[in-house]
Ligand binder design. Structure first.
Ligand SMILES: CC(C)(COP(=O)(O)OP(=O)(O)OC[C@H]1O[C@@H](n2cnc3c(N)ncnc32)[C@H](O)[C@@H]1OP(=O)(O)O)[C@@H](O)C(=O)NCCC(=O)NCCS
Length: 486
């Protein structure tokens, strides 16, 4: 069956063609606590935005219109409203609960169901690639009152709009104390990696007011899964306005980005999410290394263990003032080819890894103030022997009288050929500390388990899953994953 001759009911989700130390640290792994939400509360909240009762609405001149909200509510079927009242669509952080869920949308998509065992002889696509004329050409229909609009990241006003939308609505931690705060330069960098296409920066607006209320992006990335190399897209920044949650907008966004990806020749996608969804390729965990202990405790990012004092914690986390590895320094443009070769070689040992050209490596990994910090080790023969990097991603601290921003950075790509990985990362921590970061985060992927405990990273309290759309393969251990998505 082709896209064209399927049931064209735009809201029909049955269309399967698309798409440490002695502290405890809060999980900050894209885990947003799902608060009980009944249908009445959803209507009330939406009405608040319409009527301008909420603080956020007061801060925003453009409001959702009464009519668009009423239409949207009308379009929610009774079953969906009942489901919303039971909160069955809420993200599932418990794998057992997730395996019992109905997955009204995801069961229609080419992804293995949770718990399916796949052996290595069965690795491959679930649906085969289609020819252009077999694909659906027209966009999926949004509820009345809403329209698609591609975001032009190079127009400052549009970038600003996307930034504001995400900074008010994107990922929060479990307790809704922190929200990821992607800066404008970061967004432009992440969304415009080599091969990017504006049509894969998909926005949803309220037609009448033009207000941005939904977004999803896809950026091309060449991936290797075991011995197969494939063109994929990295799906990121899926976000629905807080007042429009649980109304089934996400499936429409996901189907639309999938449709557009197909038309560009991408039939697989990679993405990460904290909830357990069908299609898990790997289960991973964030670890957090406190750099500013006092602030991390004050803002309740981290908590003291029993019988531990603040002073003891500070002593435990103290770092040297200067880096220790001879020849460790900031990466310069001239080092890029050598660093790229090191990384390319290192990535070959993993089961899932990106395949970067030199240009892609340069774009993603060179030093960019407020976005990426990259370092190398140079030996006496002027050779680059090791490379390491981190990206900058602060969080807004919600509701704290003194602190507004938690200055966090995340382990990015690295390749150690001569220096002990633990020593290399330790110097990276020294640099991050000296650059006023409060917390250094790392997943337990690649060879990270080698240094996490030694360098006093503490395990976060939630998982993060890697997903590959339209691909079946056995569950990949975290230490065999070498893809870092921002
Ligand atoms: C994630 C988010 C877009 C989901 O929106 P929502 O209003 O809760 O859910 P909707 O009613 O639109 O859609 C529900 C469907 O989306 C699925 N879904 C929920 N979160 C998802 C995610 N992160 N990735 C993919 N699918 C997701 C649900 O499982 C459900 O499908 P199902 O019927 O198969 O169970 C919204 O909660 C949000 O913007 N959160 C903040 C940003 C964020 O966490 N983004 C995700 C980054 S991975």
């Amino acid at each position: 069956m082709t896209d064209q001759n399927r049931n064209e009911d735009q809201n029909d989700e049955g269309d399967s063609s698309t798409a440490g130390a002695s502290t405890t640290s809060k999980s900050f792994s894209q885990k947003s606590k799902s608060k009980p939400a009944d249908a009445t509360a959803v209507v009330a909240a939406a009405t608040d935005v319409v009527d301008g009762n909420s603080t956020r609405a007061e801060n925003n001149n453009q409001k959702l219109t009464d009519k668009s909200m009423r239409n949207l509510m009308k379009q929610m079927t009774l079953a969906e409203q009942a489901a919303a009242s039971n909160n069955v669509y809420a993200p599932k952080y418990d794998e057992k609960a997730a395996s019992r869920q109905e997955w009204k949308f995801w069961q229609t998509q080419p992804v293995p169901t949770i718990g399916t065992k796949i052996d290595t002889s069965n690795i491959g696509p679930i649906e085969s690639n289609k020819l252009i004329d077999e694909l659906r050409q027209e966009p999926y229909k949004l509820p009345d009152g809403f329209s698609w609009d591609d975001i032009d990241i190079h127009v400052d006003e549009q970038l600003q709009e996307l930034y504001t939308f995400l900074s008010e609505n994107y990922i929060e931690d479990d307790g809704n104390d922190f929200r990821l705060e992607y800066s404008m330069p970061f967004l432009r960098w992440a969304l415009c990696a080599p091969g990017w296409l504006q049509k894969l920066h998909v926005g949803v607006r309220v037609t009448k007011s033009g207000k941005l209320v939904g977004f999803i992006s896809a950026v091309p990335i060449r991936m290797r899964v075991y011995d197969k190399e494939l063109p994929m897209v990295d799906i990121n920044f899926l976000c629905v306005h807080k007042k429009l949650r649980l109304k089934r907008l996400s499936p429409v966004l996901i189907k639309e980005i999938t449709r557009r990806g197909h038309l560009e020749g991408f039939f697989q996608a990679v993405y990460t999410a904290a909830p357990f969804l069908p299609g898990i390729a790997s289960k991973c965990r964030y670890w957090h290394r406190l750099l500013n202990v006092k602030k991390s405790l004050d803002v309740k990012f981290s908590f003291l263990g029993r019988n531990v004092t603040v002073q003891r914690m500070q002593k435990l986390h103290r770092l040297p003032e200067t880096t220790q590895v001879a020849g460790f320094r900031e990466m310069r443009d001239a080092d890029i080819p050598q660093a790229w070769r090191l990384l390319t070689q290192y990535l070959t040992k993993f089961d899932v890894a990106p395949v970067f050209s030199l240009d892609e490596f340069e774009y993603l990994c060179k030093n960019r103030p407020t976005i990426v910090s990259a370092f190398v080790v140079e030996n006496d023969q002027d050779e680059i022997t090791d490379f390491i990097s981190y990206y900058h991603l602060p969080s807004t601290i919600l509701n704290h009288p003194q602190y507004k921003i938690l200055n966090s950075c995340y382990m990015y790509y690295y390749a150690a050929s001569r220096t002990l990985l633990t020593d290399l990362v330790n110097d990276c921590l020294v640099q991050a500390h000296n650059s006023d970061f409060d917390v250094f985060n790392a997943l337990d992927i690649m060879d990270n388990k080698e240094f996490l405990e030694k360098l006093k990273f503490g395990a976060g309290d939630g998982n993060i899953q890697y997903y590959i759309y339209n691909w079946k393969c056995p569950l990949i251990p975290a230490e065999k994953v070498a893809l870092v998505l921002q």
